[in-house]
Design a protein around this ligand. Structure first.
Ligand code: PAF
Length: 283
C-alpha cells in the first residue's frame, strides 16, 4: 500500500482481491489504463468510466515495451503522488501501479501482435509501438477483468488496435473510445506537451487547425492526396520541423481512400524539435 490519497494495488493479487470484492457485491468495474503524467484528458476518461461503472480502477505503468531504445522512456514524466491525487478527485476508486517485474517477470516471453490496423501510419513510423501496447493492454485487461475499459480517441490508431485485439481474443470487455480533450487553442492534451518550450507550444496549436482545413478541403471536393500534401506544407510553413504523415483514411480500417467516403478520419504526426505530436479528427 502507498501513502497516496488513493488506495493502491502493486500486484495482480491485490488488484484481483479488490475487483472480486466489488463483483461479489454486484458492482460493475471500469478500467482506465494510463502511463501517468495525468492531464484533463485522462481525468475525463475516469469521469466517463465512473458514469458508466460502479467502481473505477486506473492503472499507472510506463510500459518500456512500447518505447524504442532512442525514444523518451527515461525522461517520460513520472509523478505518482500527483497522479494519485488527481485520480481521487475524479472519482477513481483504486490505483493499480505495478513494478516492471510484476508486468514482465524474469522469463516473460509473450508478445501480442495485432496485424491489419497496426500496420500503417504509426506502425510504419514506430514499428515497435503497437506490439508493446497490445501486449501490456492485454495483460492489464486480463489482470483486472473489467466490464469496460476506456481509451482516448487522441491515440486513434491505438484505440482501433485495442478494439481489434479485444474482439479477436473474445474478451468479454467493452472497449470504449472517448473524445479528445483539447487546450484553449485546440491542441490535443498529451503528457508529451510538457516537453514543448514556449515557442514550440505556440506552433503546436496550429496542428489541429491544419487538420480542420484539410477536412474542409476534402469536404469541398479537393482530392485526398492534394489535401494531405497541402496540410503537410502548412505544417512545415507553421514551423513544424518534420512531418511523419498527414493521412485521410477509412476510419475503421485505416486503409487508403481513392475518394472520400464515410466514415473517414484525418490523422497526423509531426515533430517540433524533439517532441512528436499526433492528432486526428473525424472527416
Ligand atoms: O495510451 C497510453 O497511455 C498507453 O499507450 C497505454 C494504453 C496506457 C498502454 O501503455
Amino acid at each position: 500500500m502507498s501513502a497516496s490519497p488513493l488506495s493502491a494495488a502493486r500486484d495482480v493479487a491485490g488488484l484481483r482481491a479488490a475487483v472480486n470484492g466489488w463483483r461479489k457485491a454486484g458492482l460493475s468495474v471500469g478500467l482506465v489504463p494510463t502511463m501517468g503524467a495525468l492531464h484533463e484528458g485522462h481525468l475525463s476518461l475516469v469521469r466517463t468510466a465512473k458514469a458508466r461503472c460502479d467502481r473505477v480502477v486506473a492503472s499507472l505503468f510506463v510500459n518500456p515495451r512500447q518505447f524504442a531504445p532512442h525514444e523518451d522512456f527515461e525522461r517520460y514524466p513520472r509523478d505518482e503522488a500527483g497522479d494519485s491525487t488527481l485520480l481521487a478527485s475524479a472519482g477513481c476508486d483504486l490505483l493499480f501501479a505495478p513494478e516492471r517485474t510484476v508486468m514482465y517477470p524474469e522469463g516473460f516471453s509473450t508478445n501480442v501482435i495485432v496485424t491489419s490496423v497496426s500496420t500503417p501510419l504509426e506502425g510504419e513510423m514506430r514499428p515497435h509501438f503497437f506490439g508493446g501496447v497490445a501486449t501490456v493492454v492485454t495483460k492489464l485487461l486480463l489482470q483486472c477483468l473489467p466490464d469496460a475499459a476506456f481509451f482516448g480517441e487522441k491515440d486513434y490508431q491505438q484505440l482501433l488496435v485495442i478494439k481489434r485485439l479485444a474482439h479477436d481474443l473474445d474478451m468479454p470487455i467493452e472497449i470504449v473510445g472517448c473524445p479528445t480533450v483539447r487546450e484553449h487553442d485546440g491542441l490535443a492534451m498529451s503528457s508529451r506537451n510538457a516537453y514543448l518550450n514556449a515557442d514550440e507550444r505556440r506552433v503546436a496549436g496550429r496542428l489541429n487547425l491544419v487538420l480542420h482545413e484539410a477536412i474542409k478541403a476534402v469536404r469541398g471536393g479537393a482530392a485526398i492526396v492534394d489535401a494531405e500534401a497541402e496540410a503537410s506544407r502548412h505544417l512545415s510553413a507553421a514551423g513544424f520541423t518534420s512531418i511523419d504523415y498527414v493521412a485521410i483514411r477509412d476510419a475503421e480500417t485505416l486503409e487508403r481512400l481513392d475518394e472520400l467516403r464515410d466514415p473517414a478520419r484525418v490523422l497526423a504526426a509531426a515533430w517540433l524539435g524533439k517532441t512528436r505530436l499526433i492528432d486526428n479528427m473525424e472527416v
